[in-house]
Design a protein around this ligand. Structure first.
Ligand code: B12
Ligand SMILES: [Zn+2]
Length: 254
């Protein structure tokens, strides 16, 4: 489920079940403290979140980018962060599209059209985030993001890079397949501290395992932390990988 703060409307992360994309409400630590103090509860907030989600879904089905831009702008004017809309609404919509496509509710063309729409929404939000990222943002050391060998699902990587950017962390997406030798060289030259690998299908497990084994051969100060996520992890389809942490939700990283 998708947990949002009912008060300031920040996306707080996902909670099990990870294949249920209903919005659940909670309070972030700041708002929790404030509600204990003042005791006031604003029930209009959860309603607003659901309306944003519904309008965005309709815009996606109609491939209406202008409508999506308006939904995002209107939501932003009430305090919703565009990046939270991506990670807490758009990403789960893509999951829903996958389910609907599997059940035959959506055709392959509709699935492709929705995916292309999401690419454009990410482009849109990407410009907004670049505008609003503080200039003095710092990075904890290089972060590299890559797909598991053979994984062609690219939207997740883009959303994660934007989410990290919103936290002032610069992450580079390796957009072509690197062989292990190139990857290790890149890790050394960029002093990578964190390697994030995205795996969509269980069949991509072996390729990830091989990469993790090679990274594990690096000496300690050079060796980055390796975190593996993606839909195969979220849905519990792959076993643990020695030398890497499996993480269902990127917001667990902070
Ligand atoms: C769009 C899509 C495609 C597009 C991709 C286009 C593109 N440019 O990305 C295309 C048509 C190319 C495609 C192809 C295939 N797809 Co596809 N696809 C999808 C769909 C509908 C959406 C994917 C997506 O973008 N999701 C949204 C993103 C944001 O989610 P995400 O990648 O999981 O990332 C989030 C988290 O997992 C996490 N995360 C991701 N990576 C990482 C990494 C780390 C370190 C961490 C911490 C977190 C993290 O953060 C992200 C933000 O929340 C999914 C449905 C689904 N359940 O996701 C199916 C889906 C993933 N595809 C599926 C399949 C079967 C395929 C194909 C094999 C064949 C097919 N029939 O379409 C091929 C082969 C792909 C391959 N070799 O990798 C299946 C996988 C089934 C399974 N569990 O094994 C799914 C689940 C559809 C389904 N319901 O059956 N696909
Ligand atoms: Zn809050």
């Amino acid at each position: 489920m998708l947990k949002w703060c009912s008060y300031c409307q920040q996306f707080l992360g996902e909670v099990p079940d990870y294949d249920n994309f209903a919005i659940s409400h909670g309070a972030c630590p700041e708002c929790h403290a404030a509600t204990l103090e003042h005791g006031d509860v604003d029930l209009t907030r959860p309603l607003l979140l659901k309306a944003v989600q519904r309008k965005l879904w309709t815009a996606g089905l109609e491939n209406n980018l202008a409508a999506a831009a308006k939904v995002i702008d209107d939501a932003a004017s009430t305090g919703l962060r565009p990046v939270d809309i991506l990670i807490g609404m758009l990403a789960p919509m893509l999951y829903q599209v996958g389910e609907d496509w599997k059940k035959g509710v959506l055709s392959v063309e509709q699935e492709h059209s929705f995916t292309a729409f999401c690419e454009q929404v990410i482009d849109l939000v990407s410009t907004k985030i670049k505008l609003s990222t503080p200039l003095n943002s710092t990075s904890d050391g290089a972060i590299l993001l890559m797909n598991a060998p053979g994984n062609v699902h690219t939207l997740g990587l883009r959303i994660i890079a934007l989410w990290l950017a919103s936290k002032g962390k610069v992450a580079t997406i390796l957009d072509k397949q690197y062989d292990a030798a190139h990857l290790l060289k890149r890790i050394k030259t960029t002093r990578t501290k964190l390697l994030l690998i995205s795996v969509a299908l269980p069949a991509q497990y072996n390729g990830v395992n091989e990469i993790v084994e090679r990274v594990a051969e690096l000496a300690n100060p050079i060796r980055p932390r390796v975190v593996v996520g993606g839909s195969a992890v979220k849905l519990g389809l792959i076993p643990p990988i020695r030398g890497a942490d499996l993480m269902a939700d990127i917001s667990l990283l902070s």
